[in-house]
Design a protein around this ligand. Structure first.
Ligand code: FAD
Length: 450
């Protein structure tokens, strides 16, 4: 008898989603988070699939709505060879039109806390201030974790499954085998900070993300509230020297090189209260893994992979992979589908979603191209018509075609529908020939009817 059915490592969006969805299915879940929430995280611009799909499945959509985060209806790009900025709106995609045509710009201190408290409400045993040191193993299977409790005492917890959701600093990801592979073409650095205010686009686009290219990279400009703006420079590796030395001087210099952001911030002071009072640097954040799971353990979110922030896909990929892991665990524990088949589905869907963003981003980084060619590239990657393909990709609800199956909705669109309609969303077709489909409540896999 194990102590728990599942141990989840990390209380970010990935961990809280996995823990909540497994606990809600009636299983014994322990979530260990090394910090105490609220705690700071970068990754503030969300996608509609997270807000209307995952948050609805978790039963937390209304609470997130009430939190009053800024509504993001799309984005503005000053990118490529177009001298003029261009805007996209989620509402222009038939997949997101109507009540799901927006996402939020969130302060992660608050958003992550809502999700973690919700995991606890759904029945997970959430312990903050508990740091996982390593896994326990029995032959080829991971059987639990070793951790330090709040008093600094080393302890162990056994479980049928471990979910590593401990983010980019994961100490456990090696234990599934394979290797982390850093993306050679996305070896950028990010230098970011916060401002007390700043210009806003006219309504209804005031909450949109702005991405503006400049000589050595590009900037994000994210309105987190009327008086708080997240601003980050993503600098190409060959210009990395610009980020060495005093970060304040470097940041000022980079902003001066990007007229759009410089003008938006004209005369606006930096934020001075924690956690927004300092500049931060991140590098080596774009990577994939050759293995995403092994018997007894799955990696989700940044513990597994992440790719460049330009399309705000991090929280989407973290919560989506957590949903896939939760379905696989719930189905195995319920004896519905063999474990191997569940995790093959987990890995195939996760790789497909990550691959869509990665492949599209490769073309998007060709800065000499224009809006029309970016749309064409999205069409090529997803197999849909160009404009819709772009919108669906950047909303996390993209789709693809398979020769024998006709059009198959990607998880994002299914998620949104399931979040909105619940069981009325009806049966979903398998994503891969011979693959599994979700149950009507979205929490487990089942073998599709022949
Ligand atoms: P995290 O949010 O990192 O959570 C992991 C948790 O695990 C943390 O709370 C940590 O304390 C805990 N933990 C770590 N180690 C242990 C341990 N040993 N024991 C117990 N707990 C542990 N994404 C977006 O969606 N939108 C954006 O606009 C965006 N912008 C970004 C900009 C930059 C520059 C970068 C680098 C990333 C950006 N991202 C963005 C990505 C986003 O930050 C991540 O993808 C997202 O936070 C991943 O969620 P997660 O749950 O996997 O991990």
């Amino acid at each position: 008898m194990t102590d728990f059915d599942v141990v989840v490592v990390g209380g970010g969006p990935g961990g809280s989603t996995a823990a909540g969805l497994v606990a809600a299915d009636g299983h014994r879940v322990l979530l260990l988070e090394q910090e105490h929430l609220p705690r700071y995280r970068i990754g503030e611009s969300l996608l509609p699939a997270t807000v209307h799909g995952i948050c609805a499945l978790l039963g937390v959509r209304d609470e997130v709505e009430r939190a009053g985060f800024v509504r993001k209806r799309g984005g503005m790009f000053r990118w490529g060879s177009d001298p003029e900025p261009w805007t996209f709106a989620f509402a222009a995609s038939d997949r997101m039109a109507g009540p799901t045509s927006y996402a939020y710009q969130v302060e992660r201190t608050r958003f992550d806390t809502i999700l973690l408290r919700n995991a606890s409400r759904l029945g997970a045993d959430v312990r903050e201030g508990h740091r996982v040191l390593g896994t326990l193993r029995d032959g080829g299977r991971i059987t639990g974790v070793r951790y330090l409790d709040e008093t600094g005492r080393e302890r162990a917890a056994t479980a049928r499954f471990v979910v590593d959701a401990s983010g980019h600093t994961s100490r456990l990801h090696h234990d599934v085998g394979g290797a982390r592979e850093y993306a050679r073409d996305f070896r950028n650095l990010a230098l970011f900070g916060y401002f007390r205010g700043g210009a806003r686009l006219p309504e209804p686009d005031a909450g949109n993300i702005v991405c503006a290219a400049f000589g050595d990279g590009w900037f994000w400009y994210i309105p987190l509230s009327a008086s708080l703006t997240s601003v980050g420079a993503v600098v190409r590796r060959d210009a990395a020297a610009r980020v060495q030395g005093d970060p304040e001087t470097a940041f000022r210099g980079l902003i001066a090189d990007c007229p759009l952001v410089r003008d938006f911030l004209h005369g606006v002071p930096r934020a001075t209260e924690p956690p927004y009072d300092r500049l931060r640097v991140r590098k080596d954040y774009s990577y994939d893994r050759t293995s995403l799971c092994c018997p007894g353990m799955a990696l989700v979110g940044d513990a597994a992979c992440f790719i460049d922030p330009v399309f705000s896909s991090g929280v989407h990929l973290a919560t989506y992979s957590a949903l896939l892991a939760a379905r696989s665990i719930n189905s195995t524990l319920a004896g519905l589908v063999p474990e191997e088949r569940c995790f093959a589905e987990f890995e195939a869907r996760y790789r497909r979603e990550f691959g869509l963003f990665r492949d599209f981003l490769r073309g998007f980084y060709r800065l000499e191209a224009d809006q029309r060619s970016y749309y064409r590239h999205a069409g090529h990657v997803t197999g849909r018509d160009d404009r819709t393909a772009f919108l669906d990709l950047v909303g996390g609800v993209s789709s693809t075609d398979f020769d024998t199956l006709g059009e198959v909705l990607a998880e994002g669109a299914q998620l949104q529908m399931r979040g909105l309609l619940g069981e009325d969303a009806g049966a979903e077709p398998p994503m891969f020939p011979g693959g599994l489909v979700s149950t009507s409540d979205g929490r487990r896999w089942q073998v599709p009817d022949a």
